[in-house]
Design a protein around this ligand. Structure first.
Ligand SMILES: Cc1ncc(COP(=O)(O)O)c(C=O)c1O
Length: 400
């Protein structure tokens, strides 16, 4: 009998964390490595938010809280959902957790039984399939195509749904592609869901505020009010407010589901950090002007990275609408050999050789379920990005 659980054998460790760890190890060993793997803004948490946390400590707000969040934060979330998304929720329909990650996990744990299927568009955020597996369900991967800028079409969604489908996980703007669905593109998907009343939608709106040019963010329950009763709208403060370490995420949805998620949280982490919750109240209720300032920087970096990658031999890189990632195709590099003598048969081969031979750490597309690609996070300095892209260009130019 194995000491470790059978469930554990179903999942793999996060490949994005593995890349960051390898890059850090190489750096520590004195190698000149630029890491483009980070999934977090390189900005500091805004001062007003830090001040709210310090005030919470000074006021002794350092005790256990209600399992799924303090009343003030739940109200701030309801106000945000009304203000930004036109969605009506009461505090009883809101759950706050230790990051968006825990919220998604709680929802899956609360609802999945053996045999239940969860439709996940690929390329996907690395954690979705493994969370589904941990919760005892079956991930069903619906592949989007490069021709459609890595966005799922109505036909592709329709084809993935079976009588066993419980959830459709939707993420726009996307990690890893940065692709954002327009109102019409999302409506095409919600029309499909309206024909399948047994399927619920888990929408991960984590990158809502990180959108560029004139792109307008939309979320499923807003585009199709008919889905309100079977939608869990997930969001958080990690990305927009540079608060990844504070660990606050939230969701709004039907009361029964929120209650089930609360039960799980009460028996696992008890509650999200009290101090972080007060910081999140300030993030949602306080000034929002730094989001636009940060977005200007992100947009400038996105444009530079897209241009420089498209200038690399064998790489094609679409311009995404949001997040801080690009997801170039490297179909034109497959079957070639590096100066170090390595044959590139997969995108993992490409990423490994790029790191070892030219000192740039990216995450290979296979980790996100769609190849041959790699993900670049441009949440790092302009200077780092420029040097890294020059190295990628040199790497590609030297392939034979
Ligand atoms: C698409 C997506 N959802 C959820 C999360 C989790 O965010 P949090 O830091 O709030 O747990 C991430 C973080 O990388 C993400 O990229």
């Amino acid at each position: 009998m194995s000491f470790l659980s059978d469930t554990l054998a179903r999942v793999k460790p996060s490949p994005t964390i593995a890349v960051s760890t390898l890059a850090a190890e190489l750096k520590a060993a004195g190698k000149d490595v630029i890491g483009l793997g980070a999934g977090e803004p390189d900005f500091n948490t805004p001062e007003n938010i830090c001040a709210a946390a310090k005030a919470a400590i000074d006021a002794g707000k350092t005790k256990y809280t209600a399992p799924d969040g303090i009343a003030e934060l739940k109200q701030a979330i309801c106000d945000k959902l009304k203000r930004d998304n036109g969605l009506d929720y009461t505090p009883k329909q809101v759950s706050v957790g230790t990051g968006g990650k825990q919220i998604l996990y709680n929802a899956l744990m609360a609802t999945l039984n053996p045999g239940d299927e969860v439709v996940i568009p690929a390329p996907y955020w690395v954690s979705y399939p493994d969370m589904v597996l941990l919760a005892g369900g079956e991930p069903v991967i619906a592949e989007a195509s490069a021709d459609n800028a890595y966005k799922l079409t109505a036909d592709q969604l329709e084809a993935a749904i079976t009588p066993n489908t419980k959830w459709f996980i939707f993420n726009s703007p996307s990690n890893p592609t940065g692709a954002g669905y327009t109102h019409d593109e999302l409506k095409a998907l919600t029309d499909v869901l309206m024909r399948h009343p047994h399927v619920w939608v888990m929408t991960d709106d984590m990158y809502e505020y990180l959108v560029y040019d004139d792109f307008e963010f939309v979320t499923p329950a807003q585009v199709e009010p008919g889905l309100y009763d079977r939608t869990l709208t997930v969001n958080g403060v990690s990305k927009a407010y540079a608060m990844t370490g504070w660990r606050i995420g939230y969701a709004a949805g039907p009361e029964q589901l929120i209650g089930a998620m609360r039960k799980i949280q009460s028996q696992s982490t008890s509650n999200p950090c009290s101090i972080s919750q007060w910081a999140a109240v300030e993030a949602l209720n306080g000034p929002q002007d730094y989001i636009a300032m940060n977005n200007e920087i992100f947009k400038r970096r996105r444009d530079m990275v897209v241009d420089m990658l498209n200038a690399a031999k064998g790489i094609t890189c679409p311009t995404p609408e949001g997040a801080f990632y690009v997801y170039p195709s490297i179909a034109g590099c497959m079957g070639k050999t590096t100066p170090g003598g390595k044959l590139i048969e997969t995108d993992e081969d490409f990423a490994t050789a790029l790191l070892e031979e030219n000192g740039v750490a990216v995450v290979f597309g296979g980790a996100f379920g769609l190849s041959p690609n790699f993900r670049v996070s441009y949440a790092t300095s302009d200077e780092n990005l420029k040097t890294a892209c020059e190295r990628i260009q040199a790497f590609c130019a030297a392939l034979t």
